[in-house]
Design a protein around this ligand. Sequence first.
Ligand SMILES: Cc1cc2nc3c(=O)[nH]c(=O)nc-3n(C[C@H](O)[C@H](O)[C@H](O)COP(=O)(O)O)c2cc1C
Length: 374
Amino acid sequence: MRRRRKLDHLNLAQLMEDGPLSTGFGDIHFLPNCLPELDFAAVSTASSFLGREVAAPFLINAISGGVAEAEALNRALAAAARRLEIPMAVGSMTAALEEDALKRTFTVVREENPDGFIAANLSANAGPEQALAAIEMIGADALQLHLNAAQEVMMAEGEGELSFGGCWQKIREVVEASPVPVMVKEIGCGIAREEARLLAAAGVAVLDTGGGGGTNFLRIESARRKKGGTEPFFNWGLPAAVSLLEVVDAVAGLEAAGQTAPLVVASGGLRSGLDAAKALAVGASLAGVAGPLVRSYYRGGLKAVLEYLQLWQQQLRQAMFMLGAGEPADLKACPLVVLGETGRWVELRGVNLQSLARRKSALAGTKPKMSKKT
Ligand SMILES: Cc1cc2nc3c(=O)[nH]c(=O)nc-3n(C[C@H](O)[C@H](O)[C@H](O)COP(=O)(O)O)c2cc1C
């Protein structure tokens, strides 16, 4: 049953368009900088994440494994991650914990990318024992725990064994037992400020927002179900930009209170290097992507995956150049304006947008004073 589901996910992710929810990244605008004071050659996307150098602040997010067909896909994704020097996560590893023969569909990633940053992946309902086994299986540098209550309640397999009771406590136990940082992610419905705070209190090292507007698992499960009734939920979720702004606001609140705050990964419907630039400017450390990589792979293999991510890197550099940002961290000083539905949404939720709009321009401290001519 699980293998069939994984195959269905790969097939349907190729066929289905993003949305119908809009990510809201179109509502986020940079203030163009006509005086970038920078040479294009000096713009570098190199960055760091959890103490590791990355050549670009991108994450190949969790996709697959646990079904024979995923082995070649995972090999290609790992090869792309190695070539581009970016982190990647594998798909949910539960199947391989239950059946030895499936381990290979995951270990192939470590084989292909021996020194790269690779995150293991399990349900947030997994316990410490499963977590340790998954981390060991691929020598993982981090562990992703996915939250997907909305997807699971729509699954064709039914609601019988569906249980998210005690989930926060399980996350806490896994955080305590894990030898590597724990990242908690949504898979397309987003994380709100309140849950971001709870997850931070559990000691989670990274929050991956996984907001709406990209791959839509409620629609994918609906297609698998082959009977109606799920359509009213197709717009369920926090738009990706809203979720990112909420989570960054929660993190900023913790930092202001002198508490340890998680890093943020932005994901869900990010579809260009410009979206990534906006996400980094809002406060993310990495921009994650999944669905388009599945489509690229089935269209043109490793070459197409590389081309897709290289285009993102080029677009990110172009945006950084236009904004006078020599490195990704400089984007956090670039003023942003949030308009439209996204602006209205976060305004009603009390997210502090003024701090984004009034950020210091990179040149603010160095501008020559105008001499007063008499
Ligand atoms: C075919 C497919 C399978 C996925 N499987 C997993 C999974 O096993 N575990 C997980 O945490 N996320 C999984 N995801 C979710 C992605 O990691 C990501 O959170 C989501 O697709 C939103 O990003 P996107 O809009 O860029 O696709 C999967 C995504 C796709 C497209």
